[in-house]
Design a binder for this molecule. Sequence first.
Ligand code: NAP
Length: 227
Amino acid sequence: MPPDAKPKVLILGGTAEAAALAEQLVARGDVAVVTSLAGRTTSPVLPPGEVRIGGFGGAAGLAAYIREQGISRVIDATHPFARRISENAIRATAETGVPLEHLVRPGWEPVRGDRWREVGSLEEAAQALPAGATVFLALGRQYLDTFLHRTDCRFVIRMVDAPAEPLPFSNHTLILGKPSADPADEAALFARHGITHLVCRNSGGAASYGKIVAAREMGLPVIILGR
Ligand code: NAP
């Protein structure tokens, strides 16, 4: 590193918390900031600082990137259910000897009025649904197939971008958009679609808590996958 160059921090991002951290570090001005996004959505909101998009090619690819770019510190601020990238970060930083910090946002805790059933797997979540339920499935595309056999339920699925292939559910409604932090928006959506059950993961954070509050206010059962 040239003597006057700033240390370079790599933020593994894709979350509101990662973007907020990039903003803070850039504003402070004592480090150069690169945020890495997986490239899952077509028009992501870009944080300040440098942004790179796309996978690294496993832990080895990430280690190579750290070396090539002279990264001096890695901050894993990815989603708590994004396990592979977090494991890769542990391996790549161990291999390169670069310090790693992991920002883990706490999970949500049930409060009075919540009707949660906490489950340990998506299979258990699929089993827990009663026949005839109209289910808001707040899960990414890669998690939906576990629910395909529940042809006795109707699914309402929200995605940021339209899927490349039509979803293989016999009875579903696809909504394009992001979660709202405002419970009133989520409650209006649930009411419009006659939702009887919410299925989601215990992601924590404010950005997607609106649906949890909406379910509480509407008295809807929530089947929630624990960490
Ligand atoms: P994952 O299963 O842990 O990662 C799968 C692969 O995607 C990784 O092996 C890596 O590819 C690439 N990848 C993931 N995050 C990356 C990043 N920040 N920068 C560069 N490459 C990345 O993760 P996922 O559940 O698919 O989530 C992908 C991204 O979306 C994460 O960054 C996460 O923060 C964000 N996100 C996820 C969720 C969720 O529900 N899982 C929700 C909101 C946001 P290579 O092995 O090729 O490097």
